[in-house]
Write a protein that binds this ligand. Structure first.
Ligand SMILES: [Zn+2]
Length: 104
């Protein structure tokens, strides 16, 4: 173990070896900038936050589509076209996912 380098063990696709970057970051300065556990934790938390935010948005979008379906279930498709509701709905990104869903 090289005492001047980051303590993180990395896999190079062939074998595990000590990270070759200089240490000086993280707790007791044992890590390189890239492997600083605090930085990694922060990054993961940010990723988690974005994921949660997006899944809320997805759930909301799904709820709206379901609501539109529910509200429009008795209206013939050509009537919906007339009011551009079908076009509005079809323009959302997840059109493919709705294919094959049974009506009613
Ligand atoms: Zn490192």
């Amino acid at each position: 173990m090289d005492e001047t380098r980051c303590v993180k063990t990395v896999f190079n696709g062939f074998r595990h070896h000590q990270c070759r970057h200089k240490r000086g970051h993280g707790k007791d300065g044992l890590y390189c900038k890239q492997h600083d556990p605090e930085r990694i934790a922060k990054k993961n938390a940010e990723r988690q936050r974005i994921w949660t935010e997006n899944s809320k948005k997805r759930a909301e979008a799904r709820r709206r589509r379901d609501l539109i379906d529910e509200l429009c279930k008795d209206i013939p498709t050509n009537e919906l076209h007339k009011y551009r509701l079908v076009k509005l709905q079809g323009s959302s990104q997840n059109t493919n996912r709705r294919k094959g869903k049974a009506n009613g």
